[in-house]
Design a protein around this ligand. Structure first.
Ligand code: G16
Length: 552
């Protein structure tokens, strides 16, 4: 087949967005992430790969999300969404990295052709791509680059822009678009909110209206989602948005948002100043910049900051679902499990194990947790940072729909399990959907934040970012709990940990920021702090040693 016209059109588009010199891009924890100004060529090329991926999968719709989520405002990023709404299949990350790093247009075309040949893709076949972006200032320019690349295909491909929205909404739209049964939901932003609101109303039943909830939107796109969603649930759950300034330069994720709260272990100053939490029995939550993470918090005795992070959400959800399974009389038929990463607080893992719920540990990154969760009938997965969801297998949904309840209580439990599978985003973690899940469980249990918090006591912990000359020298194994490189460093960490009561610490390179992350937990706050400092120093020394050896 003659591909010359297509390749000429792609070349012309790519020429407008040359790769910046001296930068090596890599598809990390959640796609490409770096300064927005460096990304136009990458975004265009990711668009080309989305077309190839769609062609490889018989024209299924592929998503492209332009966001850098929790990162600072000058950063941006891009990730691909597979047809079922999941993260891009891992084996394709290498193709993305390869295209992103081609130095010239000619190299790019050659790499593109070689991927197509190796995977037997007909480059003239139809394809379908849907894309969205968050509110970052660099977004419009990057979307222009994406569109320039996609325009090279002319009417051969179907392209749909759903505008400014959250990452999980894009994942939902991709999944719903590809769902041949039409049962998953209408593939639009509106369709998503209708689905969530309907399931939420079923679950709340006559327990509403619920108390108003303060939501820190990190000055990001979550503010838009929240306002839109509110129209669908009215007074059933009044959502009071805080940090909704989308126009103020530098405000995104700054001193607010889920990442700030989790890493600093404190209230966003804006929330503290507003005094929302000094009233008894109030709690609040924070989204991150693209609203795919959520953490909760409250002030114990009106004074002491208490974090209810992804681990606490996982426990809340898993115990509630476990109880519903038991009440539905389906304990023998449905296997419930929890998936965490090494960042999960040791106390949470112990608590879940004591409840006879199996726990799997995976490397950081939703893609890893998601796949592990699919191995359970109902898989609850949460990263401590608030990223997560609950997956219901198709078989479980069948079982629930075909169950013949023997009592009103069984019938109710089954109805609630089905509604939970609808209120919980089945494609990826969503701050909004997770918020609804938490509020539903609290309403059913009759809990406030204090009662929720009583499940277990977190071991004191610290998460530190360490800047090193080259984070790629840090390699890990055992679900990132051990370092294999630099040589000898893990033994030194082990030695430091062994001196600390209930000590645990690990080191891994971030896949979204230019740093190495050090996590430490221990029996006391000062010991956790001390261990984090010791291990950070070991990391700096180790990195400096490798840099010195390289220099000569
Ligand atoms: C992304 C990933 C998360 C991960 C986080 C931090 O979150 O989707 O799974 O926990 O990055 O990753 P790392 O420690 O490798 O930097 P987000 O919210 O930024 O998309």
């Amino acid at each position: 087949q003659d591909n010359s016209a297509l390749f000429a059109a792609i070349s012309k588009a790519a020429d407008q967005y040359p790769k910046p010199e001296g930068v090596t891009f890599s598809y990390g924890t959640a796609g490409f992430r770096t300064l927005g100004s460096r990304l136009p060529s990458v975004i265009l090329r990711v668009g080309l790969l989305a077309v190839l991926r769609s062609q490889r999968l018989n024209g299924s719709t592929i998503g492209v999300m332009v966001t850098a989520s929790h990162n600072p405002e000058p950063d941006n990023g891009v990730k691909l969404v597979d047809p079922a709404g999941e993260m891009l299949e891992q084996s394709w990350e290498a193709h993305a990295t390869k295209l992103a790093n081609c130095a010239t247009t000619a190299d790019l075309i050659a790499a593109y052709e070689s991927i197509a040949t190796a995977l037997r893709i007909n480059v003239n076949a139809p394809a379908s791509v849907v894309y969205a972006r968050d509110t970052r200032p660099s977004g419009p320019e990057l979307i222009k680059a994406l569109e320039t690349g996609l325009a090279a295909y002319g009417s051969q491909i179907k392209v749909s822009d759903i505008g400014i929205t959250t990452t999980p909404v894009l994942h939902y739209v991709v999944k719903a678009t590809n769902d041949k049964t039409g049962l998953y939901g209408t593939p639009t932003i509106e369709g998503y909110y209708v689905k969530l609101a309907t399931a939420f109303q079923t679950l709340v039943g006559n327990r509403g209206p619920l108390a108003p909830l303060y939501v820190d939107c990190a000055n990001g796109v979550g503010a838009i989602a929240l306002a839109d969603f509110q129209k669908h649930i009215g007074e059933l759950l009044p959502l009071k948005a805080i940090n909704t300034d989308l126009d103020k330069a530098g405000a995104l994720n700054y001193q607010c948002g889920a990442d700030f709260v989790k890493t600093k272990q404190q209230l966003p100053p804006s929330v503290a100043a507003a005094g929302y939490l000094s009233a008894p029995k109030t709690h609040a939550c924070s989204f991150d910049g693209d609203a795919d993470r959520i953490v909760y918090y409250y002030l114990r005795d009106g004074k002491h900051f208490r974090l209810l992070d992804g681990d606490k959400i996982a426990v809340l959800a898993a115990l509630f679902i476990g109880d519903l399974i038991a009440r539905a009389g389906l304990t023998d038929k449905i296997k419930l499990g929890v998936v965490q990463t090494a960042y999960a607080n040791g106390s949470s893992t112990k608590f879940i194990n004591h409840r006879n719920i199996p726990v799997t540990c995976t490397p950081t990154g939703v893609k890893h947790l998601h796949h592990a969760a699919l191995r359970y009938d109902i898989g609850v997965y949460f990263e401590a940072n608030g990223h997560g969801t609950v997956l219901f297998s198709d078989e479980v949904l069948e079982t629930l729909k075909n169950a013949e309840p023997e009592s009103p209580d069984q019938k109710n439990a089954i109805k609630n399990l089905i509604a939970l599978s609808e209120v919980i985003n089945q494609a990826v973690g969503d701050a909004l959907s997770d918020l609804l899940l938490v509020e539903v469980v609290l309403a059913h249990r009759g809990y406030g934040a204090e009662e929720w918090d009583e499940s277990y006591e977190d071991l004191p912990n610290r998460l530190v970012k360490v800047e090193v000359p080259d984070r790629s020298i840090f390699l890990t194994t055992d679900a990132e709990r051990k370092l294999t490189s630099p040589a000898g460093l893990q033994a030194l960490i082990d030695e430091a940990v062994s001196k600390v009561e209930l000590g645990r610490s690990f080191v891994r390179p971030s896949g979204t920021e230019d740093c190495v992350r050090v996590y430490a937990e221990a029996a006391s706050s000062s010991a956790a702090e001390g261990l984090a400092i010791t291990v950070s120093d070991l990391v700096k020394e180790g990195a400096a040693k490798v840099a010195a050896e390289k220099a000569g």
